[in-house]
Design a protein around this ligand. Structure first.
Ligand code: SF4
Length: 604
C-alpha cells in the first residue's frame, strides 16, 4: 500500500484497551485519507445529536497518504470530532511533525473513544502502546507537558524524536474555546476540540516510530518533488514573504485593501501599518524560521520573549493572531499581541475564538450594554492588559471568566445582543472583513467549519492575485471560486498537504507528485471531485446535527452596515446575491440541501 500504513489504532479510554484495525481499501479509494477518511469514519460512527463533551463522542487523529513521504508540505494531520463550541463537525489541521511521526509509528489514524476515569496520556512509542496515568501533568501548560514528558523518557535520543499533541488548562476545564496544541507551541486551529479531548481526560498523545513508507515510483517522485521545490523557491510569496514573516506578511496588503477588521469589525481604517505589520514584527521579535515535516517554505516563526511579567518561547504572531488578538481588540502593541498569542498556546485556547470573544465583550462595554461590574473585568478597546487578563482567566474559568469562556456568541446572547457577535455557526470570524472580500465572505457563510480561512484560500486570488487577479469587491465568478477552493482544501487536507504552497504552485502542478507517490493516475478534476464528495459528506452530517440554509449567512453588520471608513468604505457583503448561484453549482436545492442526483453522482 503506497504512502499509507493502512492501519488504524482504536483506543477505548473507558475500558483502557486498544485494538489495531485494517482500514477498508474502499474507504481509502473514496475518501483518500486525512480529513476525508476522518470525516467518513466519524459520520458513520457518531450520532449527529451526540453531546460533544459526552463519552459517546469520538476524537479522530488522521494523517493523509502523502504525510511523511517527503512530498512537499506533506505534514498535515487532521483532528475530527464534533466541536464543543459550534456543534458542527470539526476538522482541525495540525502542522509540524506529529502527523508524519504517527505514520512512522505505523498508523494512519487513531480513533479515541470513551472517557478515562482520571487523566491519562496515550503513548505510542516504537510499537509499544500504553495508556499511562497522567495526574502529575494535569493543570500544566502545553509546553510544560511537552518538556516534562520528554524528560521522563529514559532514552534521550528517543525523546528528541517524540512528538506530542496536548491540551492545556482550557481543555482540561472544558472551556468551549479550547483547542489542542502540538509540539508544545503550534496551535491546531479548531475551537472546541480541546474541550472534547479534555472531556476524555486525555492530556496528551505522544508518538514516535521507525517504520518506513513505500513510494510507488521513487525515481519519478524525487524528480517531481525537486522540480516543485525549485518552483516554490522562485515564486515570490513562497520563497521570500512566507519564509521571512509567515502569514503576518498579509497584514500590510490586507490593511491597504481595507479588509483588516478593527474594534470588533466596526472599522477598517487604514492608519499606518508600520507599528503593526512586518516591520513591527521584525523589530519586536528575533524571528527564527522553522518548518513542518518536508516543507521548503518554513513559514513558522519561532521566538522568545523576556519581560518582567511574562517570559516564554513559542510562535511569533501570525496574521490571524495579529488580527484577532490585536487590531480587532484595538490593541496595536506588537509585544502585547505576541504575549497574548503565547498565552493562548500555553493555555490551549484558540486565538481567533478567544480574540473574537474579547472583542465582543469590549464592544458591549463600549456601547454601555455591559460594564465592569457585570463582567467582573475591564474590557476596554485598546487596553492590552485587559486582553491578557481576560485570556488567562477564561482559560482557567476563574470568576466571571466562566461566562466569556463560553465564547462570543453565548456572551452576546446573554445580553440580548447576538448581533454584536461577529461569527458564523458559533465560531468567531477570521480576520477578513467579508464586506471587503466578497468571495471569502461567501465562504465564511457556507463553510462546514464556520468562518475560517483555512477551508478555502480564496485570498490567494482575491488578495495576492497569484494565479488570477480578482477584484475582492466584485461578486462575479465568486461562487465558482469559492466552490473550487473549498473542494481543493478538502482534497489537499485529505492527502495531507498544507495549502500554503498554492501561493506558489497551481493545484495541477501537484498531481504528478501525488500519482508517483501513490501509484495512481488521477487527473486534477478527479481529485477535486473527491474533494467535493468530502464537502458534501460534511454538509450531510451538519444537516443531521440541526444546521440548514438559515445558518448560511453572516452577521447583520456585514449585510446592512457599510464599512464606515478606510479603503473599502461604503461596501457591504453581497452574500445573499451569491448564495443561489453557489447552491446551484453545488447541485443543492434552494434550501441548501444536496439533491438526490448530486449525492448519487458523488456516490454518497
Ligand atoms: S507552509 Fe508553513 S504551515 Fe505549511 S507545511 Fe510549510 S511550514 Fe508548515
Amino acid at each position: 500500500m503506497y504512502g499509507r500504513t493502512g492501519r488504524c489504532l482504536r483506543v477505548n479510554l473507558t475500558k483502557g484497551k486498544h485494538l489495531v484495525e485494517e482500514i477498508a481499501p474502499e474507504l481509502l479509494d473514496k475518501f483518500i485519507g486525512g480529513r476525508g477518511l476522518g470525516v467518513k469514519v466519524y459520520s458513520d460512527e457518531v450520532d449527529p445529536q451526540t453531546d460533544p463533551l459526552g463519552s459517546e463522542n469520538k476524537l479522530i487523529f488522521v494523517s493523509g497518504p502523502l504525510v511523511g513521504t517527503g512530498a512537499i508540505s506533506g505534514a498535515s494531520c487532521n483532528v475530527v470530532t464534533k466541536s464543543a463550541l459550534s456543534g458542527t463537525i470539526a476538522c482541525a489541521k495540525m502542522r509540524g511533525h506529529f502527523g508524519a511521526e504517527l505514520k512512522f509509528a505505523g498508523f494512519d489514524m487513531i480513533v479515541v473513544e470513551g472517557r478515562a476515569e482520571s487523566p491519562v496520556i496515550l503513548s505510542i512509542l516504537d510499537d509499544k502502546i500504553n495508556i499511562r496515568p497522567a495526574l502529575e501533568y494535569w493543570g500544566r501548560s502545553t509546553s510544560e507537558t511537552e518538556v516534562m514528558y520528554k524528560e521522563n523518557l529514559d532514552d534521550k535520543w528517543a525523546a528528541r524524536e517524540t512528538h506530542l499533541v496536548s491540551v492545556g488548562p482550557a481543555g482540561e476545564r472544558l472551556v468551549p474555546l479550547a483547542n489542542v496544541i502540538n509540539d508544545g507551541f503550534l496551535s491546531v486551529g479548531g475551537a472546541g476540540i480541546g474541550a472534547v479531548m479534555g472531556s476524555k481526560n486525555l492530556k496528551a498523545i505522544a508518538v514516535k516510530g521507525n517504520h518506513s513508507l513505500l513510494i510507488a515510483d521513487g525515481d519519478r517522485f524525487v524528480r517531481v518533488v525537486t522540480n516543485l521545490i525549485n518552483k516554490l523557491n522562485s515564486a515570490p510569496f513562497t520563497s521570500h514573504s512566507m519564509s521571512a514573516w509567515g502569514s503576518a506578511f498579509f497584514i500590510d496588503l490586507c490593511y491597504q485593501k481595507g479588509m483588516l477588521p478593527q474594534k470588533n469589525f466596526q472599522s477598517a481604517a487604514f492608519v499606518d501599518s508600520k507599528d503593526i505589520g512586518t516591520e513591527a514584527l521584525s523589530n519586536t521579535f528575533a524571528l527564527r524560521s522553522s518548518g513542518c515535516f518536508a516543507c521548503p517554505i518554513a513559514c513558522i516563526k519561532k521566538t522568545a520573549v523576556n519581560y518582567p511579567f511574562f517570559k516564554g518561547k513559542g510562535m511569533a504572531p501570525t496574521y490571524w493572531a495579529i488580527g484577532a488578538l490585536g487590531l480587532n481588540c484595538a490593541v496595536r502593541d506588537m509585544a502585547t499581541i505576541g504575549i497574548a498569542h503565547m498565552i493562548c498556546a500555553e493555555m490551549g485556547l484558540d486565538p481567533i475564538a478567544a480574540g473574537g470573544t474579547v472583542a465582543t465583550a469590549m464592544e458591549l462595554v463600549e456601547k454601555e450594554i455591559a460594564d465592569r461590574d457585570s463582567l467582573k473585568l475591564e474590557f476596554r478597546f485598546g487596553q492590552g492588559e485587559d486582553l491578557l487578563q481576560a485570556l488567562t482567566l477564561m482559560a482557567t474559568k476563574k470568576g466571571h471568566a466562566k461566562r466569556i469562556g463560553k465564547g462570543g456568541q453565548a456572551l452576546a446572547e446573554e445580553y440580548g445582543q447576538s448581533k454584536r457577535f461577529m461569527g458564523v455557526k458559533g465560531l468567531s470570524m477570521a480576520a477578513f472583513d467579508p464586506r471587503a472580500i466578497q468571495g471569502m465572505g461567501l465562504h465564511f457563510a457556507t463553510s462546514n467549519y464556520g468562518p475560517h480561512h483555512l477551508y478555502a484560500y480564496t485570498f490567494i486570488e482575491e488578495v495576492l492575485g497569484v494565479h488570477e487577479e480578482l477584484d475582492p469587491l466584485t461578486t462575479e465568478g465568486k461562487p465558482e471560486l469559492v466552490k473550487r477552493y473549498q473542494d481543493m482544501a478538502a482534497i489537499m487536507d485529505s492527502l495531507g498537504l498544507c495549502n500554503w504552497p498554492l501561493m506558489g504552485l497551481k493545484f495541477n502542478n501537484l498531481v504528478p507528485m501525488i500519482n508517483s507517490c501513490l501509484g495512481t493516475e488521477y487527473r486534477a478534476d478527479d481529485l477535486l471531485r473527491i474533494g467535493e464528495r468530502i464537502w458534501n459528506q460534511e454538509r450531510l452530517y451538519n444537516m443531521k446535527a440541526g444546521f440548514d440554509h438559515t445558518h448560511d449567512t453572516l452577521p447583520e453588520r456585514f449585510l446592512k452596515e457599510p464599512i464606515p471608513d478606510g479603503p473599502a468604505q461604503g461596501q457591504i457583503s453581497k452574500v445573499d446575491e451569491m448564495l443561489p448561484r453557489y447552491y446551484d453549482i453545488r447541485g443543492w436545492s434552494e434550501k441548501g440541501e444536496p439533491r438526490a442526483e448530486t449525492l448519487e453522482a458523488l456516490e454518497l
